[in-house]
Design a protein around this ligand. Structure first.
Ligand code: CTP
Ligand code: MN
Ligand code: MN
Length: 451
């Protein structure tokens, strides 16, 4: 078992605790603990020394003072079982991270913001009462014929990490181009093309970009840099719920019969996400056209008032794209990988007081708020089921659904429609289940779509 000491070692190891630590502590609020299991004793010692030399505090013993637990264990569930057995009060507020957070932090010489990709997530799928997952006899090549919970996802992901780990980490660390492009595209508004352009111009860091006079950032990129730390920090489930309440309030103030649905990763039961995705519409066809502009207007008016309080609106950034979807063109509609519905990409200012248990922000952050990315999409009601299915993801699940429709059923599926090529007709659907039925697939619940 994981937490039972294995075979006693023949000779005693050098005791690190006895070695005086002369390294200067640079980051008072960060206390690391490196999990020895899978990492091994000598690698753990090496990484401990490396971190301490860069001003990090590394604890030898796991206790409630630890803020960041770093593990190379490939089994998320085993790690969490062990952590939960350690009798820690602060476990819920600790970051449980894979080695990528550690290597990123060592490279940058400071504790980097925790992102979704760093997390070793403790997500056990929960099924609604009475519902049990139907076992699938053989593993299909299509994700839409598999039930993949967030737990499964972590296993697959970390297995990859384990196999390639020691070579990959070192190789990737040394690949400057890869690292620079990754850094640049991590900024909201910076795509691969821009990142490549900057790299070719010899720029390697954010300060290179921000101090280069010939570079003109567009408004999206300016916002991306301005809120970089917040946006690259994972959004928690509690934060997603708080944003749901805010959007819900705005939507229903405009149209009492509006329909608001959570989509994206949080609908799939993920504990953390890079943003929060919602779908919003109204039963009245055509009315959805003005819905997003109305919601945006309302969010704009939502400012903190009162004397001496800086009038900071909740809406920090908004990129609205009107619908280009025309149902009358359906028969001749080209098959669209791009979503044509009205949508907006927002950055909202979320106050800690609105979030149960508080914000997912750094201990040294005393602003009382954080910026969060929110996506709203607004299809007409008769497209609701297709939009919901498409926006729930995961991306891999969607890809496989389309591939399955095309090659196994001679049908075309996208976020708007399902077209039967054999019968030459568009298939109507009011629920996601209708679409699975049309495709002759067993219904897969949202939390089982984490392929
Ligand atoms: N999507 C889409 N069209 C877009 C953008 C997104 O159909 N223009 C779909 C994708 O299938 C994706 C889902 O919407 O699965 C949500 O997108 P995104 O927020 O990027 O991914 P999540 O799965 O929510 O992951 P995260 O938790 O990191 O946000
Ligand atoms: Mn999302
Ligand atoms: Mn999104």
């Amino acid at each position: 078992m994981f937490h039972t000491p294995i075979v006693p070692r023949k000779r005693p190891r050098p005791v690190e605790a006895g070695v005086p630590r002369r390294e200067q502590v640079k980051f008072e609020n960060v206390r690391l603990y490196l999990v020895e299991r899978k990492m091994g004793h000598s690698r753990r010692s090496f990484l401990t020394q490396l971190a301490r030399s860069k001003g990090f505090m590394v604890e030898d013993v796991l206790s409630d003072t630890v803020t960041h637990v770093v593990s190379e264990d490939s089994q998320a569930s085993a790690l969490w079982t062990w952590l939960k057995g350690c009798d820690l009060k602060n476990l819920p507020s600790m970051h449980v991270l894979d080695i990528s957070w550690f290597t990123d932090s060592m490279r940058e010489g400071r504790p980097v913001a925790v992102e979704t990709r760093h997390l070793v997530q403790d997500t056990v799928p929960t099924f609604p009462e009475g519902a049990t997952p139907t076992p699938v006899a053989t593993v299909s090549q299509y994700a839409c014929q598999r039930r993949t919970s967030t737990e499964n996802y972590n296993k697959i992901f970390t297995d990859i990490l384990q196999c390639g780990r020691s070579f990959e980490v070192e190789k990737i660390l040394s690949d400057e181009r890869y690292q620079t492009l990754k850094l640049f595209t991590s900024v909201f508004g910076v795509g691969p093309k821009t990142a490549e352009k900057w790299y070719r111009a010899g720029l390697r860091s954010f300060s290179d970009i921000l101090t280069e006079p010939s570079i003109h950032l567009n408004r999206m990129q300016q916002t991306g840099f301005l809120h970089y730390k917040d946006i690259s920090r994972a959004v928690s489930k509690a934060e997603a719920r708080a944003l749901g309440n805010i959007i819900d309030e705005a939507v229903h103030a405009i149209t009492p019969d509006a329909v608001l649905a959570l989509t994206g990763g949080f609908r799939r039961g993920k504990e953390f996400g890079h943003d929060v995705d919602f779908l919003v519409t109204t039963p009245e066809l055509g009315r959805e056209k003005s819905l997003l502009p109305d919601i945006i207007d309302r969010l704009k008016q939502d400012t903190e008032s009162g004397p001496r309080v800086q009038r900071e609106g909740i809406l920090l950034y908004c990129d609205y794209q009107a619908s280009t979807f025309d149902i009358s063109k359906l028969p001749s509609l080209r098959f669209e990988a791009m979503d044509l519905f009205a949508k907006c990409f927002l950055i909202l200012r979320l106050k800690g007081s609105k979030v149960e248990g508080g914000l997912n922000s750094a201990a040294e952050d005393h602003r009382g708020w954080r910026a969060v990315r929110v996506d709203l999409v607004s299809p007409p009601m008769d497209r609701y089921a297709y939009a919901l299915l498409g926006w729930t993801g995961s991306r891999q699940f969607e890809r496989d659904l389309r591939r399955f429709a095309r090659f196994e059923r001679q049908m075309r599926l996208d976020n708007h429609i399902l077209y039967d090529k054999t019968k030459n007709e568009f298939l109507a659907a009011t629920t996601e289940k209708d679409i699975f039925d049309h495709l002759g697939l067993e219904y897969i619940e949202p939390w089982q779509r984490n392929a």
